[in-house]
Write a protein that binds this ligand. Structure first.
Ligand code: FAD
Length: 586
């Protein structure tokens, strides 16, 4: 085996991110080490360890030395500890590193046979791997590299490294500011961006990163601050108006667009891609950061075409680039706070005072999931703690102890589904009974399912686990008695609040605030009889003609990424039709 950089000259590669490989079979470890070195040796510090215990110590040392670890790869079958368990330890030590389980080619049960997608051939052997993914123990699994140039293997490794690099930055920044650490103007610009909810990253001009960004922007640093915009545009010591213009404020005032989309989650981004690709003048207005809720998901596993899942941030970045390349104007404008119908279209008002004129508007502002507040929960998000949208994981929780927090129908449905696979499902409700908020048919079904229990008057006081959820502390709100119970998964379904408080009263909403569209509008099917629209509405049109809604914000929507993307594209088609029939397209 080739030596790692511990044996290289002092200082060389000191700041390179680490790619660690762990496996106790010398031949396989050497093959993996070799495959990685051939591709990544210049950009990463490759460390191979044969003993999981020593690898864990090494990770601790790297952590203590503040050395970034991009990826830890572990062989699925090791003598002392299963690879997935080691990767749980690795997450506890280095939470940001991508964790990859390397399975033998041909699948865990048949190391000598090559099949292109090995685990699908042998469900039984695949089960522990699928379980590890579902419980957030690993980010991905990969068959060990085969030939000299195993492009499939390297494509996955590269994608994961790209995700790591993306995650290592705070968000998809709309702007990077490079300024002297103590500069008043630098501080002022950061303040402006913060107040306008525009995501930015600050680099001190004196730092190595700052110097790197200056070089990349073609600047020698003699004039500062330098702003590198998300479009690649470079602004040198710009006045405030120029900064505002770069974020589309000037675009907003300048003319009328065919379609303004409010909200850049999956629904809004999809609408922007389709509208701009159809040649419509398209403006996408986002409050804080592109990607919406999906952008906060560490791994979306049920999105078509990504068998190993895709991180929300990756999906958002790709969608952003796609919309931009078709010509959509993408603006982190701060929140849109007003929508007013005017002759020929609508005026949209921003919190910072700018405004935009559009012939049609798509509301794609999504929802905020109510979050549970308890110590330990946030750090285990995706590692046993899930918000909504996790029914697809049910099978992978076979034999586990699962808790569902919530007392409404969504929680009941999730519990019934999970109980088909889990050893025991416990519904946790703060109230006295399920009857307050759950339909009777579900209560009956829950009562008839032997492995579902209900704990009323209960709140979650804490979550614990090293690398993945292991226990919950439950507090009885009446007696004040706390109990710590083992838990493999917690599914939180305590409701979602649509972001619609900024909409005018002409836009009809249901009792929970979701925007009502199409046939669900009062009198929609017989417009003559006092309907809100003088004609039959388009299926995704709201009660205000020319204003449409898509994604989670819409009454009756399926709270899924793919559904939001689908609705965004459908809304775009209907809005194009609306513009052709009712308004002039530019
Ligand atoms: C942690 C987590 C994990 C998930 N995992 C999955 C999964 O695995 N699979 C799956 O299918 N689904 C998953 N979902 C659900 C999925 O992400 C959503 O269904 C999807 O993002 C909805 O897209 P959307 O565009 O309708 O709304 P959102 O994603 O909510 O986007 C709305 C956007 O509008 C912006 N906005 C809001 N108000 C304003 C305003 N006034 N002005 C300007 N902008 C505004 C917001 O900042 C946001 O960017 C998950 C959700 C969460 C929270």
């Amino acid at each position: 085996m080739r030596p790692d950089r511990r044996h290289r000259p002092e200082g060389e590669g000191a700041t390179l991110p680490v790619l660690m490989v762990v496996g106790d079979d010398p031949g396989s470890l050497e093959a993996l080490d070799g495959a990685l070195r051939r591709r990544y040796d210049r950009d990463y510090l490759i460390i191979s360890e044969a003993a999981p215990g020593i690898a864990a110590d090494r990770l601790r040392e790297l952590r203590a030395a503040d050395c970034p670890v991009a990826m830890v790869m572990a062989a699925s079958m090791m003598r002392t500890v299963p690879g997935a368990e080691f990767l749980v330890q690795a997450r506890a030590i280095e939470p940001g590193a991508k964790r990859v389980l390397v399975v033998p080619r041909g699948g865990p049960a048949a190391p000598s046979t090559y099949v292109p997608v090995p685990l699908l051939r042998d469900r039984q052997a695949a089960t522990p791997v699928l379980r590890a993914i579902a419980l957030g123990m690993i980010d991905a699994y990969l068959p060990a590299p085969g030939s000299e140039r195993d492009e499939r293997f390297h494509r996955t490794v590269s994608e994961l490294l790209e995700e790591w690099a993306h995650d290592a930055a705070p968000a998809l920044p709309a702007v990077r500011i490079i300024a002297p650490r103590q500069s008043a103007r630098g501080h002022e610009l950061r303040d402006i961006l913060t107040r306008n909810d525009i995501p930015y990253v600050f680099y001190a001009a004196e730092s190595a990163e700052g110097q790197r960004w200056l070089r990349q922007a073609g600047q020698d640093g003699s004039a500062l601050p330098v702003l590198v915009m998300y479009t690649g545009e470079v602004l040198v010591d710009p006045p405030n108006q120029q900064v505002a213009a770069a974020f589309g404020v000037a675009d907003l005032a300048a003319g009328t667009v065919d379609m303004a989309i409010v909200g850049a989650g999956p629904a809004g981004l999809s609408a922007a891609v389709y509208a701009a690709s159809e040649g419509l003048a398209t403006l996408l207005l986002e409050r804080e950061a592109f990607g919406g809720q999906a952008g906060s998901s560490s791994l979306i596993r049920n999105y078509l075409g990504f068998p190993r899942g895709i991180s929300g941030a990756s999906l958002a970045t790709k969608a952003f680039e796609q919309a931009w390349s078709f010509g959509a104007i993408l603006s982190v404008s701060g929140p849109v706070t007003g929508l007013q119908p005017v002759t020929g279209g609508f005026i949209l008002r921003m919190a910072h005072g700018g405004q935009s004129h559009a012939r049609s508007v798509l509301i794609a502002t999504g929802v905020s999931y109510r979050r549970l507040e308890a110590p330990g929960l946030d750090s285990l998000l995706g590692a046993g703690v899930f918000y909504g949208a996790t029914a697809s994981e049910a099978k992978a929780l076979a034999g586990e102890q699962v808790f569902v927090a919530g007392g409404a129908n969504s929680a009941g449905q999730a519990a019934v589904n999970l109980a088909r696979y889990a050893r025991q499902v416990t519904i946790l409700v703060r109230g006295d009974s399920l009857a307050d908020r759950m339909s009777q048919y579900l209560i009956d079904e829950i009562g008839a399912t032997v492995n579902i229990g209900v704990r009323t008057s209960t709140r979650i006081a804490a979550a614990e686990g090293t690398g993945k959820l292991e226990a919950l502390t439950l507090m009885n709100t009446k007696t004040g008695i706390a109990q710590t119970v083992p838990a493999s998964a917690l599914v939180v379904l305590i409701g979602a609040v649509p972001r619609t408080d900024w909409l005018p009263s002409q836009i009809c909403r249901d009792e929970h605030g979701f925007v009502v569209t199409g046939e669900d509008l009062p009198g929609a099917s017989s417009p003559a009889a006092g309907a809100m629209l003088p004609r039959r509405p388009f299926p995704l049109e709201t009660s205000l003609p020319g204003v449409f809604a898509a994604g989670d914000v819409r009454h009756g929507s399926v709270k899924r990424c793919a559904s939001a993307v689908g609705e965004g594209s459908v809304a775009c088609t209907q809005m194009t039709q609306y513009l052709q029939e009712h308004a002039r397209v530019s």
